[in-house]
Design a binder for this molecule. Structure first.
Ligand code: SUG
Length: 447
């Protein structure tokens, strides 16, 4: 008899861009972040762009939710370093110690929620629950400051222990460096049906894998393997594969900058993995008896440099009817003639429609459409158990738009990080936001 599975849908939890969005060049290996160091940023425009992206998907009938930004500047962190004095003194002493440290505690990087967590849907796990592991984001200090707050927020939203299992982040050590779902792809025939989870790593914490020469890879094999174990995934349904070092050296700091998948469609560059052909064969074989649809891209059609500058592979693939998809690509793909032409030449049997979305403020820090969202596959019953205040609807959209317009600055430049008023403004904004989302007492300043 044919086995039936509960109906499940994918929710995209997008990170709201925080009021201190700025360009500090903190992410070595992320060429956009490096290039735009010290440029003037536009927090209000950034947050509105992100919100419009969410609305676009909501209007198209997709399940959309929001994750709130973290408290920045993270003064608590500065105090753990032994720095003392009033908030104003703290900013000044940090700036004279190291401007990069000041920028670190101001980073709004929690907006890229694809890095926040790895999630396995209940269809894949042996206890039939949804498993969540917040990423330790060990590779960069500004990102590692996100982990604790991420876990607090996720525990509030997915609080029902009948459906959700929260794991501790892996120890924040070089051997276990973890960057969350940006290096994790799930392939399945239907969201509610068991799938294959592909974990992509850049290096090993113990032995020397094929190595990069320019940039240091972030995700380790050991981190990926432990997460698969904690999530109780069946060994025969996981894939552990090394990202191509050539791609990392060209600025592909996460696998989602070179490969994307949804259901049983995978859209990938030929230099995605160390052995791309072999990896695809393995996925295909593990997905059987369901078919795998592949859209491979050759380097002669799109070079690694073009993939990185356009963020084509950081597009979101969204299902539209049976065996067809929408590609939500960054506007930069439309503006780059070679990418635009490539997309026009794509046969439209799998990707039926390409939509371009302007998220320039995030892109300038190396965050495309897929970076801004955390995918969560939920059955109807599980969806009914999550905190409803974060699900986007027209009313919440209007409230958030008004909230951004009321609280966010139009522009920030490096010297503004010394302005103590920005601390107050950010706290006031987050305090109001936590009421809008009905997520009380999530921030350190609210304790
Ligand atoms: O970790 N940028 C982020 C971008 C993350 C993109 N996420 C995915 N590919 N899923 C990073 O490199 C820049 C911050 C600065 O320089 O101000 C930054 O952290």
């Amino acid at each position: 008899m044919k086995k039936t599975y509960p109906k499940a849908e994918e929710y995209n939890f997008d990170g709201l861009v925080g009021p201190t969005h700025n360009y500090a060049g903190l992410a070595i290996g992320n060429t956009a972040s490096m290039k735009n160091k010290d440029e003037v940023s536009h927090p209000r425009a950034a947050a509105l762009e992100g919100l419009e992206k969410m609305k676009f998907l909501m209007d198209r009938g997709f399940k959309q939710a929001v994750l709130p930004p973290h408290e920045r500047p993270d003064l608590r962190f500065l105090r753990t370093l032994g720095l003392t004095g009033s908030d104003e003194t703290l900013l000044k002493s940090t700036a004279s110690l190291s401007p990069a440290l000041l920028a670190t505690c101001y980073s709004a990087s929690s907006m890229w929620t694809a890095n926040s967590t790895t999630i396995s849907p209940s269809a894949d796990t042996q206890d039939g629950k949804v498993h969540l592991t917040p990423a330790n984001l060990h590779s960069y200090l500004h990102r590692s400051l996100e982990t604790e707050q991420t876990q607090i927020i996720l525990k509030k939203i997915f609080s029902d222990s009948r459906y959700f299992v929260h794991h501790s982040p892996l120890p924040s050590l070089p051997a276990f460096a973890d960057e969350g779902a940006a290096n994790h792809n799930r392939l399945c025939h239907e969201y509610g049906k068991p799938g294959v989870e592909a974990f992509v790593y850049g290096r090993s914490g113990f032995f020397s894998a094929k190595e990069t020469v320019v940039f240091h890879p972030r995700q380790t094999r050991e981190a990926s393997r432990l997460i698969a174990l904690h999530h109780q995934l069946k060994t025969e349904k996981i894939i552990l594969v090394q990202q191509n070092p050539k791609a990392i050296d060209a600025g592909v700091f996460h696998n989602d900058v070179i490969c994307t998948a949804d259901k049983n469609l995978i859209f990938y560059h030929e230099f995605s993995f160390v052995n791309t052909e072999g990896t695809l064969k393995e996925i295909e074989q593990k997905l059987l008896p369901d078919p795998l649809f592949k859209i491979p891209v050759k380097a002669k059609d799109i070079s690694l440099q073009e993939a990185v500058s356009s963020y084509l592979f950081n597009s979101q693939l969204l299902p539209q009817g049976k065996e067809s998809w929408i590609l939500l690509a960054p506007k930069e793909c439309e503006d780059q003639p070679s990418i635009r032409e490539y997309l026009q030449s794509l046969p439209n049997n799998l990707i039926r429609e390409v939509c371009f979305i302007p998220i320039r403020q995030s892109m300038q820090n190396g965050g495309g459409p897929a970076c801004l969202r955390l995918r969560v596959v939920l059955t109807e019953e599980e969806a009914g158990a999550i905190h409803p205040g974060v699900i986007l609807n027209s009313e919440l959209y209007e409230k958030l738009k008004h909230w951004i317009e009321k609280h966010y600055r139009d522009r920030l430049e490096p010297k503004d990080l010394l302005d103590p008023l920005l601390i107050r403004e950010s706290r006031e904004a987050l305090d109001e936001l936590s009421r809008i989302l009905q997520l009380q007492n999530i921030y350190p300043f609210q304790q």
